[in-house]
Design a protein around this ligand. Structure first.
Ligand code: NAD
Ligand code: LMR
Length: 328
C-alpha cells in the first residue's frame, strides 16, 4: 500500500453532486485503501457551506482520508493534484439543453485549464463532469498546452450506465450481464448508445432485443434524454448517479477496466472512426495502468455511421462556438 496520499482535486465541492461524490471518494470507492488528500475548490460565497461539508467528512472518520484542503484559488487548490474532477458548473433547468450552458460555464474552464497547466502533478488526469462536459473538457485542454491531450476526459459514464440499466430492464436480466456497451459522441441529446456491439450474457444485444422500432424510437431517445427526465421528476439535475458515474470513470481510468469489457469515456479523438482529431468525443475504451486506449476495429453499419456523424457534428458546432467566444 502506498503511503503518500494521492491528491484528488474536486471543483464545485459544495454542490449537490459533490455532496455524494466526496464521501464516495473518501470511503474508498475511488482508490480502495490508498490514502487520499482531498483538495476542494469552490467560489468564495460557497466556502462557508463547504466548511460544513468538511465537518461532515471529519465526522465520518474515514481512515484513508489523509487530509482536506479547501479554497477559492485554483492555483492553490490544484497544486500537485494527481487526479482532478471538474464538477463545478451551473446545472441546466427544465426546458434547457446542456449546450445552453456554454456561455455561463465555458469560461470557468479557461481559468481552471490554465491553473492545472501551471501547478498540477506531472501525472495529472482530469475528468470533466460540469456541463456541457465534452466542450468544457475541450476548453480546459486547450488552455493547458503543457499537459498531454490524453490526460483529459469528459463524463459519458452516466449515459453508459443508463444505457446498460435500460437494456437490462427490457430484457429482464441483471445489469451485470450487460457488457461492451458504447456511448458514442456528445453527452447530449444526440449521443448514440450502440447496441450492435453490446453483449448480454455473451450474446449480441441488438439480436436479443430484436425490435428495431423500440431501439430507434424508444431506447435511443430515452437514454439520451434521461438527464432531462430526472430534472423534470426531481426538480434538480441528477446528483447521486452523476457522482457514482464520476467515481467509476476515474476509478477505471486510474485502476483499469475488467478483462473482456470496455467502458464509454469521452476522450480526445485521434481520428478513430472518422471523428475529427482533437474533438473530445465518447468512444469505447479500455484502461490499464492509468492509460486508456480507444477500442479499434468495430464494424459500423450505415445506421451507426449516421448517428455518430450527427453527434460529432454537434461537437464540431460547439467547438466553433467556443472558438468564437475566445475560450479556445
Ligand atoms: P450545483 O449547482 O449543485 O453545484 C455546482 C457547484 O459548483 C456550486 O456549489 C457552485 O458554487 C460551484 N461552482 C461554480 N463555479 C465554480 C468555479 N468557477 N469553481 C469552483 N466551483 C464552482 O450543481 P451540480 O448538480 O453539482 O452539477 C454540477 C455540474 O455537473 C452541472 O453543470 C451539471 O449540469 C453537471 N452534470 C453533469 C453530468 C454528466 O453526466 N456529465 C451529470 C449530472 C450533472
Ligand atoms: C445528466 O445527464 O443527468 C446531466 O448532464 C444533467 C442534465 O442536465 O441532464
Amino acid at each position: 500500500m502506498s503511503t503518500t496520499p494521492v491528491k484528488v482535486a474536486v471543483t464545485g465541492a459544495a454542490g449537490q453532486i459533490c455532496y455524494s461524490l466526496l464521501f464516495r471518494i473518501a470511503s474508498g470507492s475511488l482508490l480502495g485503501d490508498t490514502p487520499i488528500e482531498l483538495r476542494l475548490l469552490e467560489i468564495t460565497p460557497a466556502l462557508p457551506r463547504l466548511e460544513g461539508v468538511v465537518m461532515e467528512l471529519d465526522d465520518c472518520a474515514f481512515p484513508n482520508l489523509a487530509g482536506v484542503e479547501i479554497g477559492d484559488d485554483p492555483e492553490k487548490v490544484f497544486d500537485g493534484a494527481n487526479l482532478a474532477m471538474l464538477v463545478g458548473a451551473m446545472p441546466r433547468k427544465e426546458g434547457m439543453d446542456r449546450s445552453d450552458l456554454l456561455g455561463a460555464n465555458g469560461k470557468i474552464f479557461t481559468g481552471q485549464g490554465k491553473a492545472l497547466n501551471k501547478v498540477a502533478a506531472d501525472d495529472v488526469r482530469i475528468l470533466v463532469t460540469g456541463n456541457p462536459a465534452n466542450t468544457n473538457a475541450l476548453i480546459a485542454k486547450d488552455n493547458a498546452p503543457d499537459i498531454p491531450d490524453d490526460r483529459f476526459s469528459a463524463l459519458t459514464r452516466l449515459d453508459h450506465n443508463r444505457a446498460k440499466s435500460m437494456l437490462a430492464k427490457k430484457l429482464g436480466v441483471n445489469v451485470g450481464e450487460v457488457t461492451n456497451m458504447t456511448i458514442w459522441g456528445n453527452h447530449s441529446n444526440t449521443q448514440f448508445p450502440d447496441l450492435f456491439h453490446t453483449k448480454v450474457g455473451g450474446k449480441n444485444a441488438y439480436e436479443l432485443v430484436n425490435d428495431e422500432a423500440w431501439y430507434e424510437n424508444t431506447y435511443i431517445p430515452e437514454v439520451a434524454k434521461r438527464g432531462g427526465a430526472v430534472i423534470k421528476a426531481r426538480g434538480a439535475s441528477s446528483a447521486a448517479s452523476a457522482a457514482n458515474a464520476t467515481v467509476e470513470a476515474m476509478h477505471d481510468w486510474a485502476v483499469g477496466t475488467p478483462a473482456n469489457d470496455w467502458v464509454s469515456m469521452s476522450v480526445v479523438s485521434d481520428g478513430s472512426y472518422g471523428v475529427p482529431e482533437g474533438l473530445i468525443s465518447s468512444f469505447p475504451v479500455t484502461c490499464k495502468d492509468g492509460k486508456y486506449e480507444i477500442v479499434q476495429g468495430l464494424d459500423l453499419n450505415d445506421f451507426s455511421k449516421k448517428k455518430i456523424a450527427a453527434t460529432v457534428d454537434e461537437l464540431t458546432k460547439e467547438q466553433g462556438e467556443v472558438r468564437e467566444m475566445g475560450l479556445i
